[in-house]
Design a protein around this ligand. Structure first.
Ligand SMILES: Cc1ncc(COP(=O)(O)O)c(C=O)c1O
Length: 391
C-alpha cells in the first residue's frame, strides 16, 4: 500500500504508541486523584503540556487539551461569541476554512451573529488588507486558518494578527495542518487562540489542543470537574495526551529533516505528474504552500473515478470533491478559488508523510497517467472537448 493521504490522518509513530501503552494498562491512575499512581499520570500529562507549549512558544498554562481539532475550533469561535456577545456580534473568517470553522460560524449566524466570509484569490490566498477593510467596531473575532487542508496554501497569519491586535480584536487560527510542516509560534503569528490536532502529526486520533493566550477568557467548554483549570471538565484522556506530547517531541527532534525530504519528494511528484499528464495543473499557491500537500486538477474527469482507480492499485489519496460522502457538491475551497463546478470535480489531493519513499512516488507517477487516460476515454466531458477541438 502507498499512503498519500497524510492531510487526512497519519499512522501513529511507534515511539508515540510506546509512550501511550502504559497508560492504557498499568498506569491507569486518574490524574485528579491523590495517590502515587495518579501522580504519575498527572506528571506525564503535565510533561506533555510542557512539550506542546515549548514547541509553539506558549506558556503551559495557556495549553488546554481538547477532544480534537474540531472541538478546539468550535470552542474558540462559539466561546468567543458567548464571552463577547455584549460587545459585538460580528465575526470575520474566509470562504476556504475547514467545516469545523465554517459550520461553527453558520451556527452562530442562526443565533443572530453576523459573519463576513472573505473571498480568496485563485491561489486560495487572503490579503491582510481584506481583513483590515472588513473589521468593524462591533467585530469580536477574526478566525483564519494557517494553512489550507485541501490545497496547502499558507495564509499571512502574522500580518493579519498584527492588524487584529492593533484593533483590539481577538484572533484565532486553525493550525491543524501547518503544525510540524512550517514554524508555528504563537508570538510570531500574533494569535490569541490556536487549534491543533494530534492525529495529523503521527499522534492518536481524538485529542487536540486549544492554545488560549493569557487574558483571553472563554466560558468553560464543558461544565463539571476542575480539570484543565476548570475550562474543560472530564477525566483527561491521559494516554492520548501523553501520545500527543511524544508526537510533538518527535516533531522538535526530526521535523525539519523530515520536511526537507518530504518537500523534495513532493516536488518530484508535482513535476512527474504535471509533466506527464496533459490538461493537469497544480492548485494552491506555487510557493506559499505546505511542503507535503500536492493538489491537482485533472480536467475532463471526476476525482471520484481517480480515487477508486488508485485504491484498486492500493494507493490511498483524496479528492477535494465531496462526491464520496454522497454529495455532488465540489470542494468549497476550489469553488472559492474560482474554479467552475465541472473543473473543480476533477481534483486529486496527494499528501505526503515521513514514511513515504522515492520508489513510492515514482510508482504513483507511473500509475496515474494511464488511469487519467482511461477515465478520459470514458468521460463525456472529454468527448465534448474533443469534438470542439479543445484537446
Ligand atoms: C484544517 C483542519 N482543521 C480542523 C480539522 C479537524 O481536526 P480533527 O479531525 O482533529 O477534528 C482538520 C482535519 O481534517 C483540518 O484539516
Amino acid at each position: 500500500m502507498i499512503y498519500l493521504d497524510h492531510a487526512a490522518t497519519t499512522k501513529v509513530d511507534p515511539e508515540v504508541f510506546a509512550a501511550m501503552a502504559p497508560h492504557l494498562q498499568d498506569e491507569y491512575g486518574n490524574p485528579s486523584s491523590l495517590y502515587a499512581l495518579a501522580g504519575r499520570s498527572r506528571a506525564k500529562m503535565e510533561a506533555a503540556r510542557q512539550s506542546v507549549a515549548a514547541y509553539i512558544g506558549a506558556d503551559p498554562s495557556e495549553i488546554i487539551f481538547t477532544g480534537c481539532g474540531t472541538e478546539s475550533d468550535n470552542h474558540a469561535i462559539k466561546g468567543t461569541a458567548l464571552a463577547k456577545r455584549d460587545t459585538g456580534k460580528h465575526i470575520i473568517t474566509t470562504e476556504i476554512e475547514h467545516h469545523a470553522v465554517l459550520h461553527s460560524c453558520e451556527a452562530l449566524e442562526k443565533q443572530g451573529f453576523e459573519v463576513s466570509y472573505l473571498p480568496v484569490d485563485q491561489y486560495g490566498l487572503i490579503a491582510p488588507e481584506q481583513v483590515a477593510e472588513a473589521l468593524r467596531d462591533d467585530t469580536i473575532l477574526v478566525t483564519i486558518m494557517h494553512a489550507n487542508n485541501e490545497v496547502g496554501t499558507i495564509e499571512p497569519i502574522a500580518e493579519i494578527g498584527a492588524i487584529c491586535r492593533e484593533r483590539g480584536v481577538w484572533f484565532h487560527t486553525d493550525a491543524v495542518q501547518s503544525l510540524g510542516k512550517i514554524p508555528v509560534n504563537v508570538d510570531d503569528l500574533n494569535v490569541d487562540m490556536l487549534s491543533l490536532s494530534a492525529h495529523k502529526i503521527y499522534g492518536p486520533k481524538g485529542v487536540g489542543v486549544l492554545y488560549l493566550r493569557k487574558g483571553v477568557r472563554l466560558p468553560p467548554f464543558l461544565d463539571g470537574g476542575a480539570q484543565e483549570q476548570g475550562r474543560r471538565a472530564c477525566t483527561e484522556n491521559v494516554a492520548s495526551i501523553v501520545g500527543l506530547g511524544k508526537a510533538v517531541e518527535l516533531l522538535a527532534q526530526r521535523g525539519q529533516q523530515d520536511n526537507t525530504r518530504i518537500q523534495t519528494l513532493c516536488d518530484r511528484l508535482v513535476e512527474g505528474i504535471t509533466g506527464q499528464i496533459p490538461h493537469c495543473f497544480l492548485t494552491g499557491h506555487p510557493e506559499k504552500r505546505l511542503p507535503n500537500i500536492a493538489s491537482f486538477i485533472m480536467n475532463y474527469i471526476e476525482g471520484e473515478g481517480m480515487l477508486l482507480s488508485l485504491d484498486f492499485e492500493e494507493v490511498c489519496a483524496s479528492s477535494g470533491s465531496a462526491c464520496v460522502s454522497g454529495s455532488l457538491d465540489p470542494s468549497h475551497v476550489l469553488m472559492a478559488m474560482g474554479y467552475p463546478h465541472a473543473v473543480a470535480h476533477g481534483s486529486l489531493r496527494l499528501s505526503l508523510g515521513r514514511e513515504n519513499t522515492e520508489a513510492e512516488i515514482d510508482r504513483v507517477i507511473d500509475l496515474l497517467p494511464p488511469i487519467v487516460e482511461r477515465l478520459r476515454e470514458m468521460s463525456p466531458l472529454w468527448a465534448d472537448a474533443k469534438s470542439k477541438g479543445e484537446v
